[in-house]
Design a protein around this ligand. Structure first.
Ligand code: HEM
Length: 402
């Protein structure tokens, strides 16, 4: 049972009355339909030049113009590199073996399982001390985001997150400087793409870009992994079907991005991403705009909700039911109403790698490891992402001759 926040329930009520866009508070809007959400995102992000640096703003100078689209394009290209998926697979395997036979909090474990190898995707090789600092920073961010009771308005919270972010800024500056000195070494993580543009980006915007990567990889991917495993343990019949398929494939074909032999497992993943998606995506209005008859002014803000759209009965039959078969055998799906990676032109840059990582995790849990003594709550709660109220299990190594 999903314990939807009151705000979500009231948005649903208003949208069922036919409203496509509405003002939820002064200057804060909500786009309720796939069409209006896509249009608002497209118009708002038409021009994605980075803001001037603080130093330049202080000196009343314009910074060198630089488009966010340049970084996005190069990151997407860089993420096609196969070594990322191989390293991710090996890293997840190592984490699981370390946790065999002990009782695990599966929410925490799945977040770490997914997030830790992505640090390597962003930074390539790091010294152990820096890696640990970044890992702890990411873990602490996940804790904050998953705790729906955290009061982000309290002074204590603001001071401690300022200090935490300041310390991380220092770590990132140091790392960017170190990388920029030996930039000729190829494929050492997404940070190298940033370093390549350092002369025009300048340090402040380079740090912001790497911070965006850290923010994006601490939360949604891990929450998707928790949801995927949760559905697997709660649907033993479907789990058996996934297991049968996964037993027939070598993980190397998944590493290569070939999912032809696992159509049901792939459908299982898509269905899981439908229900376990982020509740909201928030945007500041970059310049005055009009969308679906609604005027929005610069400095106002708007939200759209993948979860809201993924559970709208206008687009999905029995939207609350977990049914991977809706993705099978050419069943027709309204593609505009499936947005687990957000909206263009700010669509997730790691969507393909994220999907591959989740399928590789499924392979590990259906071939090399199993879960015993599983305890899950019925209730699923919402914070910055969704998670079951509780989910614990003991990870067991499978007998490879099984
Ligand atoms: C299945 C796993 C993943 C899911 C469900 C997911 C989901 C999302 C969503 C919903 C957004 C849009 C957020 C917004 O507009 O505010 C997003 C953006 C982003 N994601 Fe992912 N993500 C996943 C994996 C990854 C991975 C593996 C990477 C990088 C290696 C990544 C990097 C990013 C970046 C950089 C953005 C910001 C794009 C921009 O602002 O232009 N994501 N992701």
């Amino acid at each position: 049972m999903r314990l939807e926040p009151e705000a979500m329930t009231s948005l649903k009520k208003r949208s069922r009355q036919g409203e496509e866009v509405f003002e939820v508070a002064p200057g804060r809007f909500f786009f309720a339909t796939p069409e209006s959400a896509a249009l608002a995102n497209r118009i708002n992000s038409k021009e994605l030049s980075l803001p001037d640096t603080l130093v330049d703003t202080f000196l009343k100078k314009r910074s060198c113009p630089f488009s966010w689209k340049t970084l996005r394009k190069d990151w997407i290209q860089d993420l096609r590199e196969d070594t990322y998926a191989i390293n991710i697979f090996n890293s997840m395997d190592k984490t699981l073996i370390r946790n065999v036979d002990s009782l695990s909090d599966m929410k925490r474990l799945t977040h770490e399982l997914i997030m830790a190898p992505l640090i390597e995707v962003i930074f390539g090789d790091l010294d152990e001390t820096t890696k640990l600092k970044i890992l702890n920073f990411q873990k602490s961010n996940i804790e904050t985001l998953s705790d729906k009771k955290t009061s982000t308005n309290s002074l204590k919270f603001k001071v401690s997150s300022f200090l935490k972010n300041f310390r991380m800024t220092m770590v990132l500056r140091k790392e960017i400087k170190r990388r920029s000195r030996r930039i000729s070494v190829p494929h050492h993580g997404l940070i190298d793409v940033v370093c390549r543009y350092l002369p025009s980006l300048k340090m402040e915007r380079a740090v912001d870009a790497v911070s965006t990567l850290l923010t994006a990889t601490a939360g949604p991917p891990g929450a998707a992994a928790t949801g995927l495993l949760y559905e697997l343990v709660r649907h033993p019949d479907l789990c058996q079907r996934v297991e049968r398929e996964m037993a027939q494939v070598d993980p190397r074909s998944l590493i290569d991005g070939n999912y032809d032999d696992v159509p049901f497992a792939h459908a299982f993943l898509k269905e899981s991403l439908r229900l376990w998606t982020v509740p909201f995506v928030f945007r500041n209005v970059r310049s005055d705009m009009a969308v679906c008859g609604q005027s929005l002014n610069e400095k106002e803000s708007f939200a759209a909700s993948p979860y809201f759209i993924h559970t709208d009965p206008k687009y999905w039959s029995d939207p609350e039911v977990f049914d991977p078969n809706r993705w099978m055998n050419g069943n027709s799906i309204n593609k505009d109403a499936y947005v687990p990676y957000g909206w263009a032109p700010r669509l997730c840059v790691g969507a393909a790698l994220g999907e591959r990582q989740l399928l590789l995790m499924l392979w590990l849990f259906t071939n090399r490891y199993s879960l015993e003594d599983v305890r899950t709550s019925e209730e699923i709660e919402f914070s910055a992402f969704q998670q079951p109220v509780s989910f614990t299990a003991i990870i067991k190594k499978r007998d490879q001759t099984e």
